[in-house]
Ligand binder design. Sequence first.
Ligand code: DOR
Ligand code: ZN
Ligand code: ZN
Length: 437
Amino acid sequence: MKLLVKNGWLVDPGSNRCGRFDLVIEDGQVKQVIPVHADGIPEEAEGAAAGDVEIVDAAGKYILPGLIDLHVHFRDPGLTYKETIATGSRAAAHGGYTTVCTMPNTKPVMDSKETIEQQLAIIEKDAVIHVLPIGAVTKGQMGEELADIRGMKEAGACALSEDGKSVMNAALLAAALPIAKEVGLPFFDHCEDMNLVRGGVLHAGKKAEELGMKGITNSVEDVIATRDIILAKEAGAKLHLCHCSTADSVTYVRLAKEAGLQVSAEVCPHHFALCDEDIPGDDANYKMNPPLRSREDMMALREGIRDGIMEVISTDHAPHSAEEKAKSIKDAPFGIVGSETAFAIAYTTLVEGGYLDLPGLVKCMSLNPAKVLGIPKGTLQEGYAADFTIVDTNESYRIDPDTFFSKGKNTPFAGKEVRGKICSTYVDGNCAYREDM
Ligand code: DOR
Ligand code: ZN
Ligand code: ZN
């Protein structure tokens, strides 16, 4: 099956191509990238017109390498009333994603060769995009005994993470990191010092005080982020800091990079688009971990992204049921959905806000995540998988959770006017989402 993606504007920072190009897709791969001149006639349509070709018309739209999300929670197996691999992967395709990494805090926890194999069997059966499992650092995420890191790597895990928690025992993490390095898995770090949380539910600031809620200080994150930079340095392991929310995390990541350490960092759209001042009241759609921080933190994150210090934008897509999120902020679980809003929120906040150009955003949402994983994706060069996304930035629209494919509707962005609509998503040359589907 051949595909000809015509009339679009390619944005592919991985090949330094940005402009009018047609793509010829064959056997799931990019076969040809054909420059189109101002008169609209491709340089060499040779081969592209021959045979049985399906045309994808991208006129007036951008063609991007498929987005890659290093951080989602699909709750499958075990918590499938919140999300499944089937619904989560469809939601991700709807959001322009062609590859996502699933966090291991499922039931059971992904902590062994067998559990990863079981999850991969569900993925094989149900996923409409590439879904790569992440394995836990400790058995059952209990923080007591190391999980079978080698076995999980063998089964196909793409990274290690204790997400949802930190590995509070530094000695245990110090034992895990050399194994991670040996087998070539990066460590995705949820930074939260449990002993400093002290029952906090919102950022420790005026808003939490106003609402009479306990605060989560920046030190809750910063203490573990710095600790783990030190431990990763000692082990020579690859460290990726998840959902950075504080201004100081940007400083520490910059220093670590200047010191030549293998450290990367992600920021989630909610942390750079919102701050605690935006919390309208006791609404658990504004509750996530780490929390929405101060305006100064939010601005420092934007600047960190602008400067290339924070090189990945991921979602921390964390679906919960309507009943769970209808509770007070005090009692509801932490987490919001993100797969279906991330591109538009990032485009509207960062590109329209003047922090990044579109190629810069594509780096953060596709090319750089691929680099963190060390996989040959995130670019549409000849020979690469035909994972791509077509987006329309011309018209603005309002975010409507009723249109989500995710089971989770828990978003603080409902009703927000944005630009950056996903028109279609292709995985290995096959359509995983199309507007008129
Ligand atoms: O907000 C969050 N939700 N943060 C986490 O670390 C875990 C996640 C979840 O699993 O719901
Ligand atoms: Zn986390
Ligand atoms: Zn998470």
